[in-house]
Design a protein around this ligand. Structure first.
Ligand code: UDP
Length: 342
């Protein structure tokens, strides 16, 4: 029988890709999602790729009693990947309470309920936002965290702290891998699942593809006076399928009890930084589209430059990204064109 893995937020952008990779790696994913920021259409996309339905529970993960119901219905669950969270930096400034309630509340519920059902393996979606504005690049897992620039970032820091405190408590049996993502982009090669931003996208790549598709008039680049080679921000853009595969690797390590510590932390990035202008130019090249853009003021809260030192994930997890920036952007463009026809 396949090992069952509960995937909270499994209908979301990264979660849906992880569900596909889990199933293809021989696990049986079980989705938990309240569809507050995801679409039922993601389930159809997953089903079409896998040729099978994935069991799905429509519940709020912060609701401990509802979670218990899922664990009762799925007694063979061996581990959890916890994606379910709000993720928009700007929105978190407007609605901090919602972010703390949802992002912290769902982790607390999971950590309380998992041991009741003997589930002892957890992979958690953290973020490179925990590093704040780093003093040196690239950032390693040992780079000190800095005060978060938004309530969203703070929820990720708080969740990491909670995981460490719970792990250190007497009798704890839950082992956790914290995965600190850099900037996920792209879509599944089938173009059956991908990012579905609601309303005006906050993130760079969906904004680029929507502009190229004629849905937005132009992209505004937030500042070109940073201390970087072309003056625009530097980020580490990782293909979402590569990122999904990192979760499969982490789950395997947890289930095989190979972790060297009760909590382990890994950067999940490519190890390369690209400026916003490089992303725009690469997109233009792979899509053959001329992008309408201008340069605007800096965006509040933006970190000037950050990219991962990906050595630890490679050495310990055996994880290495496979997809180039160009191929990642090509997959985003293919997905955008598919969306137009939906
Ligand atoms: N960015 C931009 N224009 C946009 C959206 C984003 O210039 O409309 C820049 C942003 O300033 C940052 C990079 O693109 O340097 C990535 O931003 P995103 O919001 O995608 O991810 P973040 O790194 O902020 O989590």
């Amino acid at each position: 029988m396949r090992t069952k893995i509960l995937v909270t937020g499994g209908a979301g952008y990264i979660g849906s890709h992880a569900v596909v990779e889990l199933q293809q790696a021989g696990y049986q994913p079980v989705i938990v999602d309240n569809f507050s920021n995801s679409e039922e259409s993601a389930l159809a996309g997953i089903e079409s790729i896998l040729g099978a339905k994935v069991p799905t529970y429509r519940i709020d993960c912060a609701d401990a009693e509802a979670l218990r119901g899922v664990f009762r219905a799925e007694p063979d669950v061996a581990g959890v990947i916890h994606f379910a969270a709000y993720k928009a930096v700007g929105e978190s400034v407007q609605k901090p309470l919602a972010y703390f309630q949802n992002n912290v509340g769902s982790l607390l519920a999971l950590l309380a309920v998992m041991p009741e059902f003997g589930v002892e393996s957890l992979a958690f979606s953290s973020s490179c936002t925990v590093y704040g504005i780093p003093d040196a690049l690239p950032v390693t897992e040992a780079t000190p965290t800095k005060p978060a620039s938004s309530p969203y970032g703070r929820t990720k820091q708080m969740c990491e702290d909670i995981v460490h405190d719970v792990a250190a408590a007497p009798g704890n049996r839950v082992h956790t891998i914290l995965l600190r993502y850099f900037n996920p982009i792209g879509a599944h090669e089938s173009a059956k699942i991908g990012e579905l931003p609601l309303g005006v996208p906050n993130n760079l790549v969906p904004f680029i593809t929507q502009t190229a598709a004629g849905l937005r008039e132009k992209l505004t680049i937030f500042g070109n006076d940073y201390d970087t080679p072309d003056g625009t921000n530097i980020r580490d853009y990782i293909h979402v399928v590569d990122l999904a595969k990192a979760h499969v690797t982490a789950v395997r390590r947890l289930l095989e009890r190979k972790a060297s510590d009760v909590v382990e932390t890994f950067n999940v990035g490519t190890g390369h930084g690209n400026t916003v202008l490089e992303v725009v130019q690469t997109f233009e090249r792979v899509s053959g589209q001329k992008l309408n853009y201008d340069i605007g003021p800096r965006r509040a809260g933006d970190v000037p430059a950050i990219y991962a030192d990906a050595t630890k994930a490679e050495q310990v997890l055996g994880f290495k990204t496979e997809t180039s920036l160009a191929d990642s952007l090509a997959s985003s463009w293919k997905w955008q064109q598919t969306l137009k026809q939906m």
